[in-house]
Design a protein around this ligand. Structure first.
Ligand code: GLY
Length: 351
């Protein structure tokens, strides 16, 4: 089993990556926690696929699991659903010496993590991500949140899990579109931090080919994220490079009411735009946007999405990472290296 250790003082944890590790969850969790009550939060898509295997494994090691199933979809990442989770967990008699498990994709992980970070001022939690996006990104690093009507992830905390268990075989049940959703974040790691990873994606440009090495791809992605998070857990500096393509991507998601495009699709087109912006600013070498567009397209993601310039400029101006009149742009200095550039909001221009 491949293991990565996230070294955050007082909040260290392992990321375990292995095919079939879902069935070893009981054993892995027993190494870090005494037998206890466990609330497993999952969604209506994942519950019929994987919850029984997790429950069986937990019981084998003396845990008492109870399943809470929420409706699949972004709509569940709400304050109402959070309140419902609080109530169900209190009804179960969950205490701070018990455990919460998030079994599912980003919505389940973010909602459950936020619930765990706030209920009774904090209950330990374990992430078992089942989508590519959550395996390579959202389950690692401790960002947990719910959405508000005013925007996504507007109420959140940094709350690290006690353990992340990644079973790449869970990806087999994903549709091509949702697999590609996660590939956008993998491509992003290649662009901002790792030219070799980017080249691997160029030479294995299909789901079938990349699946042959998916354990290595997940490991490398989590390792890159680990390094970034260890340097800047609270997203006040270097962690912002993980935002490459995201500001424009969020503008696309918002413009299309968070329904027409997945997060990864917005980020894919957003990365190409960010590279075009970089090329026009003289930071990214000519051809960077084209290179990214080719890999994005190979993995079934859009390299271009129609959006008006006003929406783009507004998205930059309201970005959560803005400070006063300044906004931090993430630009690719070359494939494999991104830089942060602080710019006055009113100095943002669109080519
Ligand atoms: N997904 C970006 C971050 O964790 O900072």
């Amino acid at each position: 089993m491949k293991t990565l250790r996230v070294n955050l003082p007082g909040r260290e944890y392992d990321i375990k990556i292995e095919k079939g590790s879902l069935d070893q969850s009981g054993e892995l969790i027993a190494r870090i926690h005494e037998p206890c009550n466990i609330a497993i939060v999952t969604d209506s898509n994942v519950a019929p696929l994987y919850s029984n295997r997790l429950i069986t494994s937990m019981k084998k090691y003396g845990f008492s699991p109870k399943l809470i199933t929420i409706p699949a979809g972004e709509g569940s990442k709400s304050v109402n659903m959070l309140t419902s989770l609080y109530a169900q967990m209190l009804d179960m008699g969950l205490t701070r010496s018990d455990l919460i498990i998030a079994l599912g994709g980003g919505v389940v992980g973010d909602l459950t993590g936020f619930c765990a970070s706030t209920l009774l001022r904090g209950i330990p939690f374990v992430q078992i991500p089942t989508t590519l996006l959550s395996q390579v990104d959202s389950s690692v690093g401790g960002k947990v949140a719910v959405n508000l009507p005013q925007g996504k992830n507007l109420v959140g905390t940094f709350y690290q899990p006690k353990l992340v268990i990644i079973d790449p075989t869970c990806l087999e049940t994903l549709s091509d579109r949702i697999f590609s959703d996660g590939m956008a974040e993998v491509i992003k790691y290649g662009v901002i931090l790792d030219e070799n990873l980017f080249n691997t994606l160029r030479t294995s440009p299909t789901r079938t080919k990349i699946t042959e090495v998916i354990g290595d791809i997940i490991y490398r992605s989590c390792d890159l994220k680990r390094m970034v998070v260890e340097e800047d857990e609270h997203d006040t500096g270097g962690r912002m490079i993980l935002n490459f393509g995201h500001t424009f991507g969020h503008a696309i998601e918002k413009k299309y009411n968070f329904t027409d495009y997945t997060h990864g699709e917005g980020v894919a087109a957003g990365m190409v735009m960010a590279a075009e912006y970089g090329e026009h600013s003289g930071i990214s070498p000519h051809g960077t946007a084209q290179q990214i567009a080719e890999v994005v397209t190979a993995f079934g993601l859009p390299a271009k999405i129609d959006i008006d310039k006003t929406s783009l400029i507004n998205a930059v101006k309201v970005d959560k990472k803005g400070e006063g009149n300044l906004v931090t742009l993430v630009l690719a200095q070359r494939i494999g290296k991104a830089i942060l550039q602080k710019t006055k909001k009113d100095g943002i221009w669109i080519w």
